[in-house]
Design a protein. Structure first.
Length: 225
């Protein structure tokens, strides 16, 4: 299976009271296409930061992210910019990040509309059907339950047919029963469309459903057996 994303000696940290706090360093890992990978670890270990770096939402202090043999660094000639990479990826957030002033359909359609896709509404309806919200097109998202909001967020992440979905604690705001339901929807969408899934979670049951699982602790990323 072809390697889709790799981390090459990646390190990151931040400044606190004039001192550098290192989250992780020397991270090397490969994430294969059409597969799912979970990253687990304690709070504050840097899981969400690592995911943001992989998705091109942040840049590492050291090392590089390589996507399909192109390094994700700035806008150097022959390299892949973060903006270019985001055209091939989708992101699912713990707290949904939906726009309350828009209805369900237009929340899903927004990424396509921003690209000038004339079939944005048609494609969005198809994905809302897939996630089980065919009767919610015109409902304000503020009226939805947490599980329904995450279904909308999943549809929005998939609507542009990305090669990779990044999910940051996608069930973290949901009760156990709803979390199981959302997990099934997310994995079903990835499997049926051969989409690579990389997620971070505290939920061991969610992590166990992934093809591979890494643990991030004390600044090191280790593949679990």
């Amino acid at each position: 299976m072809q390697v889709q994303i790799s981390l090459d000696n990646v390190g990151h940290g931040f400044q606190l009271n004039g001192k550098t706090v290192e989250l992780f360093s020397g991270i090397n890992a490969e994430f294969k296409g059409a597969s799912s990978t979970a990253i687990i670890g304690p709070s504050g270990s840097g899981k969400s930061t690592m995911l943001a770096i992989m998705a091109g939402l942040d840049l590492p202090n050291n090392g590089r992210v390589v996507y399909h043999n192109k390094a994700l660094v700035g806008s150097s000639k022959g390299e892949l910019t973060a903006t270019q990479m985001r055209q091939h990826t989708g992101f699912i957030f713990q707290h949904f990040h939906l726009l309350d002033e828009m209805d369900v359909l237009n929340n899903v359609a927004l990424p396509l509309k921003l690209r000038g896709d004339r079939k944005a509404i048609e494609k969005s309806k198809q994905w809302l059907n897939i996630v089980g919200l065919s009767d919610r097109y015109n409902q304000p998202v503020i009226q939805l339950s947490g599980g329904e909001k995450q279904r909308v967020a999943i549809a929005r992440a998939f609507v542009s047919e990305p090669a990779v979905i990044f999910a940051d604690e996608p069930t973290g705001s949901l009760d156990e029963a709803t979390a199981q339901d959302i997990t099934q929807v997310m994995f079903d969408c990835c499997h049926s469309h051969s989409t690579n899934l990389v997620l971070v979670t505290h939920n061991n049951e969610l992590a166990a459903q992934a093809d591979e699982c890494y643990s991030l602790s004390h600044g090191k990323l280790e593949l679990q057996s």
